[in-house]
Design a protein around this ligand. Structure first.
Ligand SMILES: [Zn+2]
Ligand SMILES: [Zn+2]
Length: 140
């Protein structure tokens, strides 16, 4: 898939700023920190400010297009924006930071069941685990 095809399948209005931020995330193969996004954005948009970047990121996160990876304080594009229910398993490689995303309805249902049983209200339903990706594991 190329970038054009990727953004065409998204069900949001693509403003120039959203497109720039999506493109930065697309070009970086691994998760990106907010200040790196800002730094790369300021090459083309001199007046880019942190609140602007955070607002766009929050919007994209809210629409399931970008995932925030809390454990490394970085952002990554959703690999399966069309398949989203509401939970995903993000496998983060400790060595190369590559993220592999898995969506599994059984897992979503289990999280729903367990959070409901424990009267726990959450909007954030992704699970992050760290380890080594297959490429890094074979280089070990
Ligand atoms: Zn996703
Ligand atoms: Zn790796």
């Amino acid at each position: 898939m190329n970038f054009k095809t990727y953004i065409e399948q998204l069900e949001i209005k693509i403003t120039p700023l959203r497109q720039s931020i999506l493109s930065i995330l697309w070009k970086n193969k691994s998760p990106v920190k907010a200040y790196t996004i800002l730094e790369q954005l300021s090459k083309t948009k001199q007046n880019a400010k942190p609140p602007t970047v955070y607002r766009v990121l929050d919007f994209l996160i809210g629409n399931g297009i970008v995932h925030k990876i809390s454990s490394i304080q970085s952002y990554t594009l959703c690999q399966k924006p069309q398949e989203h229910t509401d939970s995903e398993l993000l496998m983060i490689c400790n060595r190369c930071s590559q993220v592999t995303e898995v969506i599994e309805p059984v897992m979503t249902a289990l999280i729903e069941k367990l959070t409901t049983e424990n009267h726990f209200v959450t909007k954030e339903k992704s699970i992050e685990i760290t380890g080594l990706c297959s490429r890094c594991y074979s280089l070990k």
